[in-house]
Design a protein around this ligand. Structure first.
Ligand code: 9MG
Length: 307
């Protein structure tokens, strides 16, 4: 059954068609390697940072055992996907070599082989993409939208899921002066174009999820504008993944430091879900699962107002 979103889109992938009421028929499943994630419920991607300078976990999960414990806890708490990241992409972060990124990520990935949920690797490095897919990763989450030389080739002839994210600039400098005339229109058209390019290169659309990239070359106002108008991204025609958990925009609104942004993160996740996000990338899996359970239970009872 196709899911419907509010605010009809202007364009559709060839395999999909507009519904009679003008809403978009979005994919009902996301193909991720040997997994096919049904999107009839909201999926939770738990963040597993293995970066010493990670903006949120401050290096606590650098140790392999700690990382594994944390991954298992997130799965027990209801994570549908674990996203392992070895490169800090926080604003101002300096890039690291592919070798260091591999040394951080691959041991964790190997140790999670056979997990009951798909494992995602957050990387823009084609060498790590290839190695990770050989080690059993089911998803590549690329904050640079597979723009590095050879990135597209690294994933093309596999069946892995792809997270195609929008970013203006590079992490080292992206927050200096982000500029848009219309952030929603520009992010949306960039994502649509990038998915068209990936499809033209031979990557099936059933493998693609799109992400507006909160905080990646966006001011706080841009982030608020994106979150407040997220339903417009349904025009891209791909499942929407959103990551706002603990981000600085929430700190700007609440005045709270990173470790005190749980309530704000839950509120932001629910705003995203209400606007059509089907996958949320979060640090606090158990709390997010509960918040979404409430939303889904109420959503199931929604009826049109009697005339
Ligand atoms: C790695 N990473 C950090 N923030 C992210 C976000 O918002 N989306 C995705 N896909 N990856 C992110």
């Amino acid at each position: 059954m196709a899911r419907r979103l509010r605010n009809g889109p202007m364009s559709f992938p060839l395999s999909q068609s507009p519904e009679a009421d003008g809403s978009a028929a979005l994919p009902t499943n996301w193909r991720c390697g040997s997994f096919s994630l049904s999107l009839d419920r909201v999926r939770i991607m738990g963040v597993l940072n293995v970066t010493p300078d990670s903006f949120s976990d401050a290096g606590r999960f650098v140790q392999l055992n700690a990382a594994l414990l944390h991954a298992r806890q997130m799965i027990d708490d209801g994570a549908d996907i674990i996203d392992i990241g070895g490169e800090s992409t926080r604003p101002g972060a300096t890039p690291i070599s592919p070798e260091i990124e591999m040394q951080r990520v691959l041991p964790v990935l190997r140790a999670l082989k056979g997990a009951r949920v798909p494992i995602s690797v957050d990387t823009s490095q084609p060498a790590l993409m290839r190695a990770a897919l050989e080690e059993g990763a089911s998803i590549i989450n690329d904050v640079r939208g597979f723009r590095a030389t050879q990135a597209l080739e690294a994933v093309r002839d596999t069946q892995c899921g792809l997270v195609v994210m929008h970013m203006q600039g590079e992490p080292a400098t992206m927050q200096r002066q982000p500029a848009y005339d219309d952030v929603i229109a520009e992010v949306s058209s960039w994502l649509a174009r990038r998915c068209d390019e990936l499809a033209a290169a031979g990557i099936s659309r059933e493998r693609m999820a799109v992400d507006p990239g909160f905080g990646f070359g966006k001011s706080h106002k841009h982030n608020r504008q994106l979150l407040g108008n997220l339903e417009r991204l349904s025009s891209v025609g791909q499942p929407l993944l959103v990551g706002v958990s603990r981000k600085s925009t929430l700190g700007e609104i609440t005045g709270k430091p990173t470790e005190q942004r749980l309530s704000a993160s839950l509120a932001a996740a629910l705003i995203a879900v209400e606007a059509g996000a089907r996958i949320v990338r979060v640090h606090d899996v158990g709390a997010t699962r509960d918040a979404i359970a409430v939303w889904e239970a109420v959503q199931a009872e929604r009826r049109p107002a009697p005339r």
